[in-house]
Design a protein around this ligand. Structure first.
Ligand SMILES: Nc1ncnc2c1ncn2[C@@H]1O[C@H](COP(=O)(O)OP(=O)(O)OP(=O)(O)O)[C@@H](O)[C@H]1O
Length: 269
């Protein structure tokens, strides 16, 4: 269980996030929504300590995440994988090596420095690529792939970290509708199959409603909505987004999940 208690972050005396207290149960798929500048990225980045909170505490089970440093912090970051809008792959390296980077925390430092991957690590990485239908691209340079393919590689890299939590910061913001569905389905599938908690910043309200089992609405750094997607009516959304509401309340159909967020999926791991 992830517990945020009164978490805040200031930049130059200006609050990006203020007094956020949340409990996120294991295995949930949480959508973080809100207008631009509401504090969504800062919130996610504080959870894996890419950004340090200026106040409050973050705990995961019995770990005080806010006090970690050195190896303990690296271990936490491995358990708390991050997926970015711009994929953050190493473009000149092949796809398989990019995925293997997710195993760095599982191998000894000399092996990691020399990138001496074991057969087991390679099998794990290939299996992750297979799950997202891109094993055939394993030998290609990452920068030769489409955006949707690159994001699937980034999700495979996150998965081989064997994380407890995946934090996805606008993972589909630069993708077309077809790839949006592929990537959101991939996140939902690993959430359901492996019970990995997913927290995902999303711009599209309809996607958030379709894929997530809980929505957290932020405004000016504060949590102003926290509940099941069906409770986020268009009226509540208009309050949350103000003038941006018409941009996020889609009238055109958007991707629907291949699984229902409520489905428990029985899959042998
Ligand atoms: N490194 C930084 N230095 C100064 N101010 C920052 C920094 N990062 C974020 N901020 C400010 O903090 C506030 C929250 O930003 P944040 O990126 O968390 O919002 P967001 O909801 O993720 O926005 P978007 O949807 O546009 O990505 C904004 O006012 C932003 O300008």
């Amino acid at each position: 269980m992830l517990v945020l208690n009164d978490v805040a972050r200031q930049y130059n005396n200006k609050a990006a996030v203020s007094a956020v207290s949340l409990t996120v149960d294991r295995g949930s798929f949480v959508g973080v929504i809100g207008r631009s500048g509401a504090g969504k990225s800062t919130l996610l980045r504080m959870i894996n300590r890419l950004v340090d909170p200026t106040a409050g505490t973050i705990a995961f089970d019995d770990i005080d995440v806010t006090r970690l440093s050195g190896k303990a912090l690296r271990d936490w970051r491995a358990r708390c994988a991050m997926i970015f809008q711009q994929f953050n792959l190493v473009g000149r390296l092949d796809v398989l090596t990019n995925v293997l980077m997710g195993r760095l925390n599982k191998v000894s430092t000399p092996r990691a420095l020399l990138r001496l991957w074991s057969e087991e690590d390679r099998a794990i990485a290939l299996s992750a690529l297979e799950q997202f239908d891109i094993a055939g691209l394993a030998a290609q340079r990452a920068d030769s792939l489409s955006g949707g393919q690159q994001q699937r590689v980034a999700i495979a890299r996150a998965l081989v970290q064997e994380p407890d939590v995946i934090l996805a910061d606008e993972p589909i913001a630069s993708l077309d509708p077809r790839n949006t569905k592929v990537v959101m389905d991939a996140l939902l599938r690993i959430n359901k199959h492996y019970g990995i908690t997913v927290m995902c910043n999303l711009h599209s309200l309809e996607l958030a409603r379709g894929y997530c089992d809980r929505l957290i609405g932020m405004s000016a750094g504060r949590v102003v909505f926290d509940g099941a997607p069906e409770l986020l009516t268009d009226d509540v959304a208009r309050g949350l987004y103000g003038l941006e509401a018409d941009d996020v309340i889609e009238t055109a159909p958007v991707a629907k999940p291949e699984l229902s967020p409520g489905d428990a999926v029985a899959v042998a791991l």
